[in-house]
Design a protein around this ligand. Structure first.
Ligand code: URA
Length: 273
């Protein structure tokens, strides 16, 4: 059973997750879990974590119809600084015309955790850093609940990046062509970081990361991609809800907490990847 200290409980409270468990008098063990899982949550917790393997048959085009292609040679050879510079000067799609800043990523470049979001919003575009708005505050609190921080190093380290490095105007959805152009940057970030676990937040991150391994991923509801260990470039991927969705749907925060716990278990080798 997962041990939660007072700080983690406080962070869960920040996430809006009520911690359930016996009320221990001072000095008693602190092993409460977030709310008793029911229904789908209980099924996710009880079910063995499934493992997806790369599909061997023909691929059906997804909503993000990205044709597998080799990473352009110049990107494949880039180190972190060269890659960041390449993103900063990228003009591969129309988003370069409306962006104020590119949003490369933040965190320790030796982190074991990689969190992948969708695309910068207005605040991120202004500040050049991912997840700095309201959704970002929730993400930070979720990460703190499992002992991670974008400023952290060592066991506390996490790297946060988006599928798109530039803001889609008016926060519209990413277009397939934009994802096609930008995904090689994320792929190179993964190659450089060599994370041990990837947390994919929301359907664009999930569809982009799983497009070559989960047939018809675009037709699968996000909830059905949860509770399984997927793969991107050989790295285990756990799918979860986007923090912006969780702000609108706080009743699903407990499921996001379960996803974090599953990711933590995979990282610790407690779940066969
Ligand atoms: N939503 C995202 O997916 N990424 C951000 O950086 C901010 C909001």
């Amino acid at each position: 059973m997962m041990q939660l200290d007072a700080r983690q409980r406080a962070m869960l409270a920040e996430m809006g997750i009520r911690v359930w468990g016996p009320e221990y008098p001072a000095g008693e063990p602190d092993d409460a879990l977030p709310g008793p899982p029911r229904g789908e949550e209980a099924a996710v917790m009880a079910a063995p974590v499934a493992v997806t393997r790369p599909a061997t048959g023909p691929q059906t085009p997804a909503v993000v119809p990205v044709t597998p292609r080799a990473l352009p040679a110049d990107i494949a050879g880039m180190d972190w600084d060269a890659l960041q510079q390449a993103v900063a000067s990228c003009q591969a799609c129309g988003l370069c015309r409306s962006r104020k800043n590119t949003v490369f990523g933040v965190g320790d470049r030796q982190a074991r955790w990689l969190v992948v979001g969708e695309a910068p919003g207005e605040n991120e575009d202004l500040q050049g850093e991912p997840f700095v708005g309201q959704a970002g505050q929730l993400l930070d609190n979720m990460l703190k609940a499992v002992g991670l921080s974008r400023q952290g190093s060592g066991a506390e380290a996490v790297y946060i990046a988006n599928v798109l490095k530039c803001r889609p105007p008016a926060n519209r959805n990413p277009q397939p062509e934009e994802v096609l152009q930008c995904e090689p940057y994320l792929r190179r970030q993964v190659a450089l970081l060599q994370p041990q676990i990837i947390l994919a937040l929301g359907r664009f991150a999930a569809q982009t990361l799983l497009q070559h391994t989960v047939p018809d991923v675009a037709t699968i509801p996000l909830g059905k991609l949860r509770g399984q260990v997927h793969r991107y470039e050989g790295v285990p991927v756990i799918v979860s809800y986007h923090p912006a969705y969780l702000l609108r749907t706080p009743q699903d925060k407990a499921k996001a907490w379960i996803d974090l716990c599953v990711a933590q278990a995979v990282l610790r080798g407690e779940t066969a990847p």
